[in-house]
Design a protein around this ligand. Structure first.
Ligand code: TYM
Length: 333
């Protein structure tokens, strides 16, 4: 809550090509808050360097992620869209919050465990303290709600714990945020292994549908998606492949699982997979068109980055100054 206004905050790493998991689990839901909340959506480039990035690619993806935010319906006049590294208050607050976060808490983070297993040659301190930077992103803006996929829930819960701990020692410093997890899109699974999250860092590109994939590619990937034994289109725990495709179909059409079961009653997996591919391609086509137009104007994107960073900084500075005062740092006017 900033003054009288409720705040929605979220972020996406520019660390790979964004997937329909990012879209359905997060980005698509961001604009629901634009009317009633003060909204901040950040391209979190500092989070991305916890694993090695190719600099030119990170730079390019930063522009692309901002363009995608806008192509997915985030109007920069109604939402503050910005790049994390352009607002240095994030890392400054992160240091302070590090001193209020326990080693044991960070050790329990499943993303840290997964990523350190995957990048065993580079288990750096940034990977370990990543959730503290994320808490700092959220708390700087006195955030009420954080729309994310379910994989980020643990991090938002840690953020709540940090905020509550800080508030207990220094009352009324931070708003304690709530994670908001959309029911259907909370965890879109890999098309090759439906027990695994669909991830932009997956090496198997057939397992992942990217927001920017063309129509033929999307349809081909869904046709090749791993399904389960049997041929019935039915949502069930022992049918993770079909159930995942049903969730995707439900997200893009707004139909309930029961409606989908009825629609494909008596039809096989082939028809169903084709239908999932078609609705996905149809839904993404206008996003892609807007994206390409936005990306073509680099100067406009840079102007947006500058405006967004200025807006965000204004809020960030206010919270940071409050924190410094509470902690006992001398601040000169
Ligand atoms: P990131 O970049 O991995 O993912 C961005 C958003 O997409 C969601 N998501 C998914 N949702 C459903 N199904 C999937 N397969 C799927 N894959 C990704 C994620 O849950 C996320 O909401 N740490 C964050 C970025 C971050 C952040 C923040 C988020 C940094 N600071 C502050 C919220 C608030 C991350 O790595 O997201």
């Amino acid at each position: 809550m900033f003054g009288e206004q409720k705040v929605s905050y979220s972020g996406v790493q520019p660390s790979g090509n964004l997937t329909i998991g990012n879209y359905l689990g997060a980005i698509r839901n961001f604009s629901t808050y634009s009317e009633k909340y003060k909204t901040f959506y950040c391209v979190v480039d500092q989070h991305a360097i916890t694993v090695r990035q190719v600099p030119a690619e990170l730079r390019r993806r930063t522009y692309e992620t901002l363009a995608l935010y806008m192509a997915c319906g985030l109007d920069p006049e109604k939402n503050t869209l910005y790049v994390q590294s352009m607002v240095p208050e994030h890392t400054e607050l992160a240091w302070m919050l590090n001193c209020f976060t326990m080693f044991g808490e960070l050790s329990r983070m499943t993303q840290f465990k997964d990523k350190s297993a995957k990048h065993s040659d580079n288990i750096n301190a940034g990977l370990f303290t990543y959730p503290v930077l994320m808490a700092s992103d959220i708390l700087l803006y006195q955030t009420d709600v954080v729309p994310v996929g379910i994989d980020q829930k643990q991090h938002v819960e840690l953020c709540r714990d940090i905020a509550e701990r800080f508030n207990q020692i220094y009352p009324d410093t931070f708003t304690v945020p709530e994670p908001i997890i959309s029911r259907s899109g909370m965890k879109i699974m890999s098309l090759a292994d439906p027990t695994k999250k669909m991830s932009k860092s997956d090496e198997n590109t057939n397992a992942v549908v990217y927001i920017l994939d063309d129509r033929d590619t999307i349809i081909r990937k869904f046709k090749r998606a791993v399904t389960d034994s049997g041929s019935e289109v039915r949502y069930a725990e022992d049918k993770p492949g079909v159930s995942n495709l049903m969730s995707i179909y439900s997200c893009f059409t707004g139909k309930t699982i029961e409606e989908i079961e009825r629609e494909f009653n008596g039809k096989g997996y082939g028809d169903f997979k084709l239908a999932v591919g078609e609705v996905t391609a149809d839904a993404l086509a206008p996003v892609q068109e807007k994206y390409h137009a936005l990306l073509a104007d680099k100067a406009a994107l840079e102007a947006q980055m500058k405006k967004g960073a200025e807006e965000a900084s204004w809020y960030a500075r206010r919270t940071l100054s409050k924190v410094k005062k509470k902690l006992g740092f001398v601040q000169l006017r």
